[in-house]
Design a binder for this molecule. Sequence first.
Ligand SMILES: Nc1nc2c(ncn2[C@@H]2O[C@H](COP(=O)(O)OP(=O)(O)OP(=O)(O)O)[C@@H](O)[C@H]2O)c(=O)[nH]1
Ligand SMILES: [Mg+2]
Length: 259
Amino acid sequence: MGLTYQSAGRSVARALFNIKMNDHEPVIALAGNPNTGKSTVFNSLTGLRQHTGNWPGKTVLRAEGILIHKGLKYKLIDLPGTYSLLANSADEEVARDFICFGKPDATVVVVDATCLERNLNLVLQVMEITDKVIVCVNLIDEARRKKIEIDIDKLSEKLGLPVIATAARSGEGFHRLVDTIGDVARGRLTPKPKPVRYTREVEEAVARLEPTVRNVIGGEASARWVALRLLDGDTKLVQAMEKFFGAREMVSVMREVLA
Ligand SMILES: Nc1nc2c(ncn2[C@@H]2O[C@H](COP(=O)(O)OP(=O)(O)OP(=O)(O)O)[C@@H](O)[C@H]2O)c(=O)[nH]1
Ligand SMILES: [Mg+2]
C-alpha cells in the first residue's frame, strides 16, 4: 500500500476509524463523563440523521450522525462516556484514540454543570491532546435549580476555550453551541487552551523529551502530551502510535525514557 498515516493525514485517519466521508464534511467528536447528557446533545443536533455501529475491532457502541447548520454539514461522533483518557478501559481507549488519532475538526466536551469540578478533569486532558476544544456546560437548568452559579466567561478565560451553557432537554444554548462548532471546525475561531503546568521536575523532563518526540511524530499529535504520557510509562499509547502512525521509533524513545 505504501501510504503512511503521516503522508495521507486526515483521510487515512478517518478510514482507520471507519468514517465514511461523503462531502468531506468536518468531523466533530462529542466527549464527556458518563451521564452528562452527551446523547441528548447528540440527538438534538442530529435528529434522525444518525446511525449506530461498533468501533472497529471493539464491542464499544458508536453513534454517528449529521448536523446541518447554515446549509453546511458536519459529521458528529458520540464518544463513549469516560472520566479520563488514560485508556484504562475499552471505552477510554476508544475516546482517547479518536481524539488523538482521528483528527476531529472540533471536540465538544459535555460537562455536568452540577458537578463541574470533577468534570473539568476530562476537559484538561482533552485540551492537552488538541487545541480545538469547545466546552458545553450542560444541565445548566439543574444547576440553576440547585442554586449553583457558574461564571461562564471566567471559565472560558481561565481555560482559554469557548464555553457554552446548555440545557439539552429544552435546547437552551444550542444556537450558540452550533455556531461555535461551525466557527471552530471551519477555522474561524481558534481556541487557545491554557496548558496545565506541572512541577518543575516534570516540566524539565518534558522539555528534554519533547524535541525527540516531535522528531518522531512530526505534527501528528501534541508532542507535549505524548511526552507527558511517556513519562507516565503509558505503554498503551506507544502501541496505539505504532498502530496509527506506524511510528516504530516510538518504542526506542520509550525505552530511553524508561531506562
Ligand atoms: N434537566 C436536564 N436533563 C438532561 C439534560 N441533558 C440530559 N438530560 C437528562 O440526563 C439523562 C442522561 O442523558 P444522556 O444524554 O443519556 O447522557 P449521556 O452522557 O449520553 O450518558 P452515557 O452515554 O450513559 O454516558 C437523561 O435522562 C436526559 O434526559 C439537561 O440539560 N437538563
Ligand atoms: Mg450516551
